[in-house]
Every structure is written in C-alpha cells, then in structure tokens.
Design a protein around this ligand. Sequence first.
Ligand code: ZN
Length: 157
Amino acid sequence: MAIREIRKIGDEVLTKKCKEVKTITPRTLELIDDMFDTMYEEMGVGLAAPQVGILKRIVTIDVGEGPILLINPEIIETSGEQTGDEGCLSVPGKAGEVTRPFYAKVRAYDEEMQPFEIEGEGLLARAFCHEIDHLEGQLYVDKVEGELHDVFYGEEE
Ligand code: ZN
C-alpha cells in the first residue's frame, strides 16, 4: 500500500490532457492500487491519475457503494440536471456550486482491458463528470457558479 502525493491546483500537470491506456503493465496495476489507497486515505469520492502526477486516462471512484475503476472512460449518455456543491482533493478546503447532469452513462475498460458500461445518478453521475474532466485537464473551479467557499472538515487538525 502506497499513498501518493496529491497534486494541488496551480500544478500544471492538472491542466494537461491525459493519454489513453493501451496495455496494462505491472506498473499500471500498482498505480491503480495506489490511487485507491490514496483516495481512501484522503477521504475522497474520486481520484484521477493526473492528481497523482500521471497523465493517463485512469479514474478511481467510490461514493460509498464500492470501488469503481474506469480506464479510458467516456461519457456516452447524460440526462437531467443537478446543481450542488462540489469539491476536489486538488483544491483542499474549498467547495463551489456546479451544475452537472443528474444521470450519466460511461463506457470504460477494466483492469483486464475488457470494455463495460456503468450508469449512475446523483453523486455518482457528478463523480463521473468531475473525474473525466480531470483527464481533459479541466478542474471544477472553472465551472463554479458564483464563488468558491471554504469548507471545514471536522476531522482535520
Ligand atoms: Zn477533482
């Protein structure tokens, strides 16, 4: 288990477009393990590879319904709309209101490079959109309506 350092806003790695994963190597599997470890350690609901400095199209998500791994994910269908607070491990201590689709369907590959589709509503749909934006070098702060505001997490020292 290895926790990787999370890159913060201002780091240019977060502004770059990520490359497709073509083959799964032992290093890819190690990266995926580390991404889950780092996401759980930091109590995030999602993490994209560029947030740990790797420009590959890999996303980990867990909104409380179990771990989801997305390799080369693409949003293939959306519907509805939701507006609510969004935060990001790369923008610590802040949140802001973002409008996203209420429903999203994603096509992606698993760690054996088998294609699959997954759909989500509410927080899961928001996480799909937020994390896939990271792979395009986009941060939610550019989509915030109004101002970012401070958030206090009771468990932080
Ligand atoms: Zn994020």
